[in-house]
Design a protein around this ligand. Structure first.
Ligand code: APR
Length: 234
């Protein structure tokens, strides 16, 4: 069995990493303006402010630990492989909690916070410290060109060729911990349905796309995902 799992901020919520949008209005984008912090224009206008925002998130990430939902997905990857199947794990998250939980194959379509990209030489290098306009690129040595290796609003997501192929080859598409409000990820369920792939939503509450799913499981990811994985591997 080939399963495509798309994860969002909800899978890391119980690890203490905030989600972007929630009904209580306490999400990251309710507290910070994405147009001032998460666009290439904002970075060109005020790189110091943008670095401060991502430095804060990187420090939080380094303090966080994977939760039972991350661990269950790593178990699913191994369990499907043992049975001749495959898990394609695509995440919108820029954290490394899937990998720290033991997942081997993870496609970060919105990039990774623990990497820096150089605008001068395009090098992508691991980066765990605060970034600044003075930081020097480990490859070309120039300063002023480093940015977090993440996808900002208005930029192209990464790995789309792999993602589209895996979507069309899946037997089951699962959206996990995502509000279904940001494209192209929010369009994956419709793409999967068009390819005749069964669909399932796992989330704290019904997402914006809930009506498009064949089945759904609602509740905290750390409880619902281990139970779902157990059912799949039973
Ligand atoms: N368990 C399961 N789901 C949860 C939990 C939890 N403990 N806590 C919150 N959720 C759900 C919320 O109900 C919501 O539907 O997770 C979803 C999080 O939605 P968003 O905050 O919108 O996050 P996401 O869908 O990943 O955002 C997509 O938007 O801001 C950009 O680039 C950013 O990758 C991000 C993209």
């Amino acid at each position: 069995m080939n399963i495509f799992v798309l994860t969002g901020a909800g899978v890391s919520a119980e690890s203490g990493l905030g989600t972007f949008r929630d009904k209580a209005g306490t999400g990251i984008w309710a507290r910070f303006d994405p147009m001032k912090l998460a666009t290439p224009e904002a970075f060109a206008r005020d790189p110091v402010q943008v670095h401060a925002f991502y430095n804060m998130r990187r420090r939080n990430l380094l303090q966080a630990q994977p939760n039972a939902a991350h661990a269950a997905l790593a178990k699913l990857e191994a369990g499907l492989a043992e049975r001749g199947g495959r898990l394609f794990l695509c995440t919108q998250n820029i954290d490394d909690l899937h990998e720290r939980a033991g997942s081997r194959q993870v496609k970060h379509m919105h990039g990774e916070l623990l990497k820096a990209r150089c605008a001068n030489c395009e090098a992508v290098t691991p980066w765990r410290e605060d970034l600044s306009v003075d930081a020097q690129c480990p490859r070309c040595g120039q300063s002023g060109g480093l940015r977090p290796d993440v996808v900002w609003f208005g930029e192209m997501p990464m790995h789309m060729n792999f993602i589209d192929k895996a979507l069309s080859e899946a037997d089951l598409f699962v959206a996990l911990g995502t509000s279904g409000s940001v494209y192209p990820a929010a369009g994956f369920v419709a793409e999967a349905r068009a390819a005749g792939v069964r669909t399932c939503e796992i989330n704290l509450e019904p997402s914006d796309n809930a009506r498009l799913f064949d089945e759904a499981r609602y509740g905290p990811a750390s409880e619902v995902v281990p139970a779902w994985v157990q059912d799949v591997l039973a």
